[in-house]
Design a protein around this ligand. Structure first.
Ligand code: NI
Length: 164
């Protein structure tokens, strides 16, 4: 197991669109383990492969209090969305910036687990937010992209100042 380097804005590699995974081999399993370790250490509740410069459709999530319910989603796709919720989001690729984002309140996501089994998961609340946030990363989208231009510019300025 090893911790991976997390890309941060304005790194343009975060805009890469991830390709689907055709074979869940040992490399993919190792990457999922390393991503979980990296996410827990950060600490964070979700991490997409995009954020560790691997442009394949793999995300890891754990929104549990005890950090003992890891979820590995391979080739995830949201197949149902309902309602609206607004949640203050942050992102390991956008350190120190938090902003309210409007998303679906409930989602159903289909995916393959680490054993290649096809699964469907219905999620609400924070888990639904996290799934939508992480799946965005696979499309090259970060949560700031959901904000108004003005709010996005302010966030980017704050980010630049923090890095300077
Ligand atoms: Ni993120």
């Amino acid at each position: 197991m090893s911790q991976l380097n997390i890309l941060t804005l304005p790194d343009s590699r975060l805009k890469t669109v991830a390709v689907s995974i055709t074979e869940i081999n040992d490399d993919i399993k190792q990457l999922a383990q390393d991503m979980l370790e990296t996410m827990y250490a950060a600490p964070g509740i979700g991490l997409a492969a995009t954020q560790v410069d691997q442009h394949i459709q793999l995300v890891v999530i754990d929104v549990s209090e005890e950090k003992d319910q890891p979820l590995v989603l391979i080739n995830p796709e949201i197949i149902e969305k309902e309602g609206i919720q607004t949640h203050e989001e942050g992102c390991l690729s956008v350190p120190g910036i938090f902003a309210k984002v409007k998303r679906a309140d409930q989602v159903v996501v289909k995916y393959q687990d680490i054993d290649g089994q096809h699964q469907e998961l219905a999620a609400t609340g924070l888990l639904a937010v996290c799934i939508q946030h992480e799946l965005d990363h696979l499309k090259g989208i970060v949560f700031l992209d959901h904000l108004s231009l003005l709010k996005r510019k302010l966030a980017m300025k704050k980010l630049e100042k923090a890095e300077a």
